[in-house]
Design a binder for this molecule. Structure first.
Ligand SMILES: NC(=O)c1ccc[n+]([C@@H]2O[C@H](COP(=O)([O-])OP(=O)(O)OC[C@H]3O[C@@H](n4cnc5c(N)ncnc54)[C@H](OP(=O)(O)O)[C@@H]3O)[C@@H](O)[C@H]2O)c1
Length: 311
């Protein structure tokens, strides 16, 4: 069968057409893959520097979606999304025509779900929802700043906060990214924080974070989601104590049970167009190009490899 193969750490995957078709077994479902999502974690695993990786050679990509081909647990032909069970991290991933997936990593998609969205929605949608509702506790009328608002988590956090009735300001790093922010939302370009805000949802971190914390009113909340702009920040603790903004951190590994409970509802809303997640789609054969675009920060949405036509 056709699929991607990582044969050497630190190199992009190559397309292979001689991969053995895996088999279903007890506790394992065989899935005909429609789409595989390519994310930063997949690149980290393939770098060989991540703490875990499957033995070489392996099939990359830990998220995907497809139709059940053979299973003693799921109905044949059902649309399922795939995540968990060590896929693409401790065992072969799903960037191939067929994947043998531990049943725990097979999730029935809700009625009417879109296969492309099903392959890539889980992390950004659940992270954004939990950041806005559980960590920031956003309420109607509150002023909310979302950074990295053109990214997957950021753009969904903007939409979810708007739907909660918040007055949302979006922040992007570069002018050309402003067009990727959901329409109608006030957008700031660069480090300027504006404000004041009741809540900050920060997906970029970096040296600009203290100034953004200053833009939150005392008693407000700042949710730290990611650090694409830098992982280290210097905080002046006396002024932070005096300012009294509640710093909260998102840990989606610890919150996985909650995320899985939210997934169906979020995928339904995305598939119905009530929420939007931009995708950059590539044919499987173009995976090295997609890999490079993701590495260079050129992706304008979740990168998805179309493995089979499921429309
Ligand atoms: N804590 C958790 O459990 C958790 C869960 C999910 C995701 N995350 C993290 O959240 C972050 C966002 O995830 P994502 O899926 O939304 O990623 P993404 O779609 O790749 O978006 C990343 C965003 O980071 C911004 N960015 C990149 N480089 C930057 C720089 N040098 N300066 C300023 N901004 C920069 C970009 O902002 P512009 O568009 O403005 O350029 C982009 O929108 C990632 O770091 C991810 O690892 C954490």
């Amino acid at each position: 069968m056709r699929g991607l193969r990582i044969s050497e750490f630190g190199r992009p995957p190559a397309l292979a057409d001689d991969l053995p078709v895996p088999e279903a077994g007890e506790g394992t479902t065989l899935v005909r893959v429609a789409a595989a999502a390519l994310g930063h974690l997949d690149r980290s695993v393939a770098s060989g520097t991540f703490p875990h990786h499957p033995p070489l050679p392996y099939v990359p990509c830990g998220d995907g979606a497809g139709r059940v081909e053979d299973s003693d647990r799921f109905p044949r032909g059902a649309l399922v999304w795939l995540r968990g069970g060590g896929l693409g991290i401790a065992r072969d991933g799903v960037a191939a025509e067929y994947a043998a997936v531990p049943d725990e990593a097979v999730h029935l998609a809700p009625e009417g779900a879109d296969p492309i969205l099903a392959s890539c929605f889980f992390s950004p949608a659940t992270s954004a929802w939990i950041s806005v509702h559980d960590l920031a506790g956003v309420k109607e009328g509150q002023r909310v700043l979302v950074t990295g608002a053109a990214g997957a988590v950021g753009s969904l956090a903007v939409q979810i906060a708007v739907q909660a009735g918040a007055d949302v300001t979006a922040s992007v790093s570069r002018k050309e990214r402003a067009q990727l922010v959901p329409a109608g939302v006030r957008t700031l370009v660069g480090e300027a924080g504006g404000g004041p805000y009741d809540a900050l949802i920060d997906t970029v971190g970096g040296p600009g974070l203290p100034a953004r914390l200053d833009a939150v009113e005392p008693g407000g909340v700042a949710v730290i989601v990611g650090y694409t702009a830098g992982a280290r920040v210097e905080l002046d603790l006396p002024s932070r104590c005096a300012h009294d903004v509640d710093l909260r951190f998102l840990n989606m590994i610890r919150r996985a049970p909650q995320a899985f409970a939210l997934a169906d509802g979020l995928l339904s809303r995305l598939s119905a167009g009530e929420l939007t997640l931009r995708t950059d789609r590539y044919a499987l054969a173009a995976a090295p190009v997609a890999w490079e675009a993701l590495a260079a920060g050129r992706a304008e949405g979740r990168v998805v490899l179309e493995v089979a036509d499921d429309r």
